[in-house]
Design a protein around this ligand. Structure first.
Ligand code: HEC
Length: 159
């Protein structure tokens, strides 16, 4: 698996964004699922990019489902691989992140980046679980990554 390089990068850059995202999600605990719809900031993407982004989002959800199944089967390397290639920093190219980022408000861009970094961090923790056999830290890292999904959905919607 070739996840080491982007990983080191992500770890170096983000603990802060990731921690902030986590706090942000905590802040929403107790509000209705998805946060108050009226409060979500509408963001404009060109139509093709919007369709691609939503398809990409559906793949994010699929990836999380696959990761969860791999964790249940103690297939830690497989879980790490899905996370890094489909959600992590290694996925940025594949997702055309550069193209889409220019249409995002700064806060949204940061949440997106935080998600990719948290996914790469999960990949490392999942690989460690292969050595220790303890799935707990991997589940926690997965939850922290998912808090980025929750925070962004609570704050933004596409026009
Ligand atoms: C940087 C912001 C951001 C992040 C991070 C993010 N999303 Fe989204 N996602 C959106 C926006 C914006 C929409 C469109 C919502 C709307 O317009 O109501 C969306 C829509 C979706 C949809 C609906 C797709 C459809 O066909 O309508 C799914 C599923 C989804 N996201 C899953 C995820 C998952 C899973 C994650 C985390 C791994 C994630 N998203 C992370 C911004 C984000």
């Amino acid at each position: 698996m070739k996840i080491t390089l982007p990983l080191a990068l992500g770890l170096a850059m983000t603990t802060a964004v990731w921690a902030a995202t986590d706090l942000h999600a905590g802040h929403h605990a107790g509000s209705p699922p998805g946060g108050a719809p009226a409060a979500r900031k509408p963001v404009s993407f060109p139509p093709t990019l919007k369709a691609e982004t939503l398809a990409n989002m559906r793949d994010h959800l699929l990836a999380i489902q696959e990761i969860t199944a791999h964790l249940a089967d103690k297939q830690f390397d497989a879980a790490a691989e899905v996370a890094e290639t489909r959600l992590g920093l290694s996925s940025l190219q594949r997702h055309g992140a550069h193209e889409v980022a220019q249409y995002m408000p700064e806060g949204m861009r940061q949440l997106g980046h935080g998600m990719h970094q948290a996914a790469s961090r999960f990949a490392v923790v999942a690989q460690e679980a292969g050595a220790t056999g303890d799935v707990g830290p991997a589940l926690r890292a997965l939850s922290q990554m998912q808090s980025s999904c929750v925070s962004c959905h609570a704050a933004y919607r596409l026009k």
